[in-house]
Design a protein around this ligand. Structure first.
Ligand code: PMP
Length: 454
């Protein structure tokens, strides 16, 4: 047996979203403990976690109430399934709370274990729905360039990030891509935001017409694109997308995996951007990342058509061993109670106001900062080589990764997606910790500038 846990990890662990050869050589950063909004590595170094891990840990990294509740549920009923008309108390509790919070009329909740599974489930439901309505040719899914929807075969196919497709030779699975609605990067010189939005909608109409509305089942979209660079759409974008899709009998699926549960300043991102989807996927914040639980939330009109069809066949043929697992469901149900007690959307707006105020005051004039954007308590910082012309850095310089490393040296965890820095902090952060986070980013930008200048 190898003597340190770190060396065991280096020898045996094939990591997610990591460069394997670099991992073999350099090894992992072993995170050993969580304390409030901080995580500690194996050497005891403390980092302020500005990303809640992977956009998840809305309640930070320790919570006695949840730890005790999980232990109590383990003692009462540690595992069971929800196939063949079974359920359990925590499962009933969590689905009711999700349906109460959901903006989709008559919501039904299909429980799964990850955001990818939730998105896969929505796609399968969109297919089922159209078959049930006698429209089996409606199969294609519209996604968007720059989107992230997960790592399963369908999740990755929906995604519009090239590195998720390269080398896998993924089957296309009938996914077609609309444009990424990023005004700062994609607008033409002198184009107003309104004109840019008109162009996006015209392009969507053209895409639907050229593919044929009778071949398209649904469009999937994150209200704010997360991994694509924390991109908020132009003001009128989603209401207009909704209108185009309804007119063409195409379902709108909102991927709320990042935006759900208060992040954008309302319970769900679709509320912030003014649309009601037909289905939405939720994960991450649903359990504050404490347990792997996620769900597809389904509007009544979709559910009724599917239920009629399943009744005809005799069974609805989809679901996972751990769908509605009692321990994960119990933790999620308690997390939702805590969010409601805290009034999490109001907290996001208050902390977000403080975060954006601090970012503007501290780094808005930094020569590397092109745009500060986001909503609620979610921010993205676009790094550019030239602010006046919005010219990006040479990708070979890997400037975003450099800033991420420098942040860590200042005891702050953020994430870089290319040259965009993202922050998605726990809602239990204090204002002074928000200040600490921004000061760490500012110091990292200064370090990176000095290094690039050399
Ligand atoms: N959708 C979005 C918007 C995400 O950000 C993610 C994960 N980062 C997923 C889906 C996939 O979730 P999971 O990793 O839980 O499968």
């Amino acid at each position: 047996m190898l003597n340190s846990l770190r060396s065991r990890d280096m020898a045996y662990h094939f990591h997610s979203q990591t460069n394997p050869r670099r991992q073999e050589a350099d090894g992992p950063l072993m995170i050993s403990r969580g304390e409030g909004c901080y995580v500690l590595d194996e050497l005891g170094n403390r980092y302020l976690e500005g990303m809640g891990g992977l956009w998840c840990a809305s309640l930070g990294f320790e919570n006695d109430r949840l730890a005790e509740l999980a232990a109590a549920q383990m003692k009462k009923l540690a595992t069971y399934h929800t196939f063949n008309h079974r359920s359990n108390d925590p499962c009933a509790d969590v689905v009711e709370q999700i349906a109460e919070l959901s903006p989709i009329p008559g919501s039904r909740v299909f429980l799964v274990n990850s955001g990818s599974e939730a998105n896969d489930t929505m796609v399968k439901l969109a297919w089922y729905y159209n078959i049930a309505r006698g429209k089996p040719s409606k199969r294609k899914i519209i996604s968007r360039k720059g989107a992230f929807h997960g790592s399963t075969v369908m999740g990755a196919a929906l995604g519009g990030l090239p590195h998720m497709h390269e080398s896998f030779n993924l089957p296309s699975l009938n996914v077609v891509y609309a444009g990424k609605p990023h005004f700062y990067k994609n607008a033409l010189p002198d184009e107003t935001e309104e004109a840019y939005c008109n162009r996006l909608i015209d392009d969507l109409e053209t895409l639907i017409a050229s593919e044929g509305a009778d071949t398209i089942a649904a469009m999937i979209a994150e209200p704010i694109m997360g991994a694509g660079g924390v991109v908020s759409p132009p003001a009128d974008y989603f209401p207009r997308v909704r209108e185009v899709l309804t007119r063409n009998d195409i379902l709108l699926l909102s991927d709320e995996v990042v935006c759900g549960f208060g992040r954008s300043g309302n319970w769900f991102g679709c509320e912030t951007f003014g649309f009601v989807p037909d289905m939405m996927s939720i994960a991450k914040g649903l359990s504050s990342g404490y347990m792997p639980i996620a769900a597809a939330v389904i509007g009544d009109h979709v559910y009724q058509a599917i239920a009629d069809e399943a009744d005809r066949i005799g069974v609805f043929g989809h679901g996972f061993t751990y769908s509605g697992h009692p321990v994960t469901a119990a933790v999620a149900a308690e997390v939702l109670r805590i969010y409601r007690e805290m009034d999490i959307p109001a907290r996001a707006r208050e902390l977000g106001g403080h975060l954006f105020g601090k970012l503007e005051a501290t780094i808005a004039d930094h020569p590397m900062v092109g745009e500060i954007r986001g909503a609620g308590f979610l921010a993205g910082i676009e790094l550019v080589a030239d602010r006046s012309t919005r010219t990006p850095f040479d990708p070979a310089l890997k400037v975003g990764a450099l800033v991420e490393r420098r942040c860590r040296a200042h005891s702050v965890m953020i994430r870089n997606m290319g040259d965009v820095i993202s922050v998605c902090p726990p809602f239990v952060m204090t204002k002074s910790q928000v200040g600490e986070l921004v000061d760490g980013i500012a110091a990292a930008l200064d370090d990176a500038s000095a290094e690039l200048g050399k």
